[in-house]
Design a protein around this ligand. Structure first.
Ligand SMILES: NC(=O)c1ccc[n+]([C@@H]2O[C@H](COP(=O)([O-])OP(=O)(O)OC[C@H]3O[C@@H](n4cnc5c(N)ncnc54)[C@H](OP(=O)(O)O)[C@@H]3O)[C@@H](O)[C@H]2O)c1
Length: 220
C-alpha cells in the first residue's frame, strides 16, 4: 500500500517509514523541506536495500496516499493538519501523537478541549477519517529492522473501514499485533474516538484484564 508520513524525519516517523518500507509498502517520506527528506531517506538507504520503497518528498506530496500518518512533533500536529486539511479530505489520517510535559518526576498528558489530539484532529479534519495508532511504540523499536517488533499496536477510530485498513497495515509488520484488548481507563479520553480495534470488534463494556502473554510498552 502507498502510505504517506508527515514529519518522517524525526525518530518516530523515520523508524516507522523504514519498518513499513521493509515489509513492502511504498512510503512517501515527508518533511517541510524536501532536502531534509532526501537526507533522511539517504541515511536509511545506506543501511541496506530493504527500504527501497521510500520516496522523499515534502509534506504536501506525502498527503497523496490513502493512509497518511502524522508523525510531526506533537505540538505541531494540529497546525500541520490544518495546513493540509484540503489534501487530506477522504483520507485515513493516523495520529501517533503523545503530547506530554514533564512535571517534576512525572510526564503529564496535555489534553486539548476534545480530550485527545486524535479527537481534536477529527474535529478539525471533518472530511477525513482519523484513527490513532503506533503512539505506544518507542521509535527505536520501529527502527531495529533486524528484529521483529514485539509490540501491540492499539488502533482506535470511529470509522470501521478506516480502522480495518489500519489493522491490515499493522498486521503486515511481523509480530506487531493489533491490540487484542481494551485498555482499562482509556475509555472517554479519546472523546468520540472510542472504538478499540480488538480484531475489529467494538470495545467491550467495562474493564478487561490485560492478556497474560503480551505486554504493552509505553512510548513517549
Ligand atoms: N519518539 C518516540 O519514541 C515516539 C513514540 C511514539 C509516538 N511518538 C509521537 O510521534 C510523533 C513524532 O515523534 P518524534 O520523536 O519523531 O518527534 P520530533 O523528532 O520532535 O519531530 C518529528 C518531526 O516533526 C517535524 N516538526 C518539528 N517541528 C515542527 C513544526 N513546528 N511544524 C511542522 N513540523 C514540525 C520535523 O520534521 P521536518 O523538520 O522534517 O518537517 C521533525 O523531524 C510525536 O507526536 C510523538 O509524540 C513518538
Amino acid at each position: 500500500m502507498r502510505i504517506g508520513i508527515l514529519g518522517a524525519t524525526g525518530p518516530a516517523g523515520k523508524g516507522l517509514a523504514a519498518r513499513l518500507a521493509s515489509v513492502g509498502h511504498e512510503v512517501l517520506f515527508g518533511s517541510r523541506e524536501v532536502e531534509k527528506a532526501k537526507a533522511g531517506v539517504e541515511e536509511l538507504r545506506s543501511a541496506g536495500d530493504r527500504v527501497s520503497g521510500l520516496v522523499p518528498c515534502d509534506n504536501a506530496w506525502a498527503c497523496d496516499a490513502p493512509v497518511v500518518i502524522l508523525a510531526v512533533h506533537a505540538d505541531s500536529a494540529l497546525a500541520t493538519a490544518r495546513q493540509h486539511a484540503a489534501r487530506l479530505s477522504g483520507t485515513i489520517v493516523v495520529s501517533m501523537a503523545n503530547h506530554l510535559v514533564r512535571n517534576g518526576t512525572e510526564f503529564n498528558a496535555v489534553l486539548p478541549p476534545h480530550g485527545s489530539i486524535a479527537a481534536e484532529l477529527q474535529a478539525l479534519l471533518w472530511e477525513s477519517r482519523v484513527c490513532t495508532a503506533f503512539h505506544l511504540v518507542p521509535a527505536a523499536e520501529f527502527m531495529e529492522l533486524d528484529h521483529d517488533m514485539e509490540s501491540d499496536v492499539v488502533v482506535l477510530g470511529d470509522d470501521d473501514e478506516a480502522r480495518s485498513t489500519l489493522m491490515e497495515v499493522t498486521r503486515s509488520i511481523p509480530e506487531a499485533a493489533p491490540a487484542g484488548r481494551w485498555i482499562p481507563g482509556e475509555r472517554g479520553r479519546h472523546g468520540d474516538l472510542r472504538r478499540c480495534a480488538v480484531d475489529d470488534q467494538p470495545a467491550p463494556q467495562g474493564p478487561v484484564e490485560p492478556a497474560p502473554h503480551r505486554r504493552l510498552r509505553a512510548g513517549r
